[in-house]
Design a protein around this ligand. Sequence first.
Ligand code: UD1
Ligand code: UDP
Length: 382
Amino acid sequence: MKKIRVMSIFGTRPEAIKMAPLVKELERREAIESLCCVTAQHRQMLDSVLDIFRITPDFDLNIMEPGQTLSTITTKCLLGLEKVFQEAKPHLVLVHGDTTTAFSAALAAFYGQIKVGHVEAGLRTYDKYSPFPEEMNRTLVGDLCDLHFSPTAANRDNLRREGITKGVFLTGNTVIDAMSTTVRPNFCFPTRILNDLDYEGKTVIAVTCHRRENYGEPMKNIMTALRRLVETYPQAELVYPVHLSPVVREAAGKYLAGHERIHLIDPIDVEEMHNLMARCSFVMTDSGGLQEEAPALGKPVLVLRRETERPEAVAAGTVKLAGTGEEDIFALGAQLITDKTFYDSMAHAVNPYGDGHACERIADAVAYAFGLRDRAPEEFRA
Ligand code: UD1
Ligand code: UDP
């Protein structure tokens, strides 16, 4: 039997976390020859995920450079992938989400007249510059793709409104599949401070903040509000694994360093991150992935952005948009720390993003699209 050669391409930490369970699922399928290519838009943060999920890429473009620009990422990906496609000749390329790796890989595949599938398709804010450049990246990927794997019905409906109706599958988000292997009640953290924290007696707040559109004034406001929360409430204990971006590290050092209850640590591996979220009191973040993971763990989330392309958990009541103003962030954080009724109203586990079977549906949809299966997979229902 002739196999379909499917190449999964990713480059950053969140893409790797969400593509890892799919790579594993594709490897299990007899009808599929699974190839994995990393651009290494991220190096250390990518390798940490590859280690945890035991994935050895077939191709590694190794493009990362300190302080890289969007143009250098794009051009290095395009040139590198052209060669990879010539050598590997995939029938289908899979990209994920909204990074510049995803956009460049979809474009490179289009130039090579290779079919492209988009995992996590149809998320939108309809604000070109927020998130930047992700909103444009994912919109352009949508135009370039042949297959679209939408996590939620709202994501699929966004595509419909844009006239994209063919090759769309409602699958759930693969991040929920990934979490089934990482979260464990008896988990022992390799990072010592995470074992030493008093999760029962203190209000442990897990923080991440890295988005490009938050660079500058918004990041200053966010970090000033975080520091004020810790200074105002002695029970508050903040854990912030700081992204390796030099811009983020400089801001965190400037506004948050030097307080005994603010723990600025290096990025932690994904098992540690998921288990930290499972044990903390609540999450404050501008990350996309954390907005999906924390609700599944029953943890309230304050989103440190002006908008979100993930409105499902806001509607379910577990996520609130705090914005990027110091006062609003401080006020909502303070309410979660001091008002138990308010906290309890947000702290219930919901799973609007997936049921842990997204990867099976995506692999089935690929088989269906290539005529190896006679029906489309059942749709994900929240
Ligand atoms: C990228 C994505 C963003 C995603 C984020 C996840 C784009 C344009 N942005 O943003 O959508 O939310 O990843 O984290 O695709 N660095 C290291 N080691 C690493 C990773 C990064 O040193 O392992 C440093 C490098 O100096 C690098 C810088 O961080 O130049 C920024 O990385 P980059 O991928 O350009 O941007 P992110 O902000 O990480
Ligand atoms: N994450 C991690 N270690 C960290 C911080 C985050 O493993 O120190 C995980 C997190 O659980 C989520 C993903 O990285 O799965 C989110 O990545 P990031 O916030 O960098 O990107 P975004 O989701 O905003 O694109």
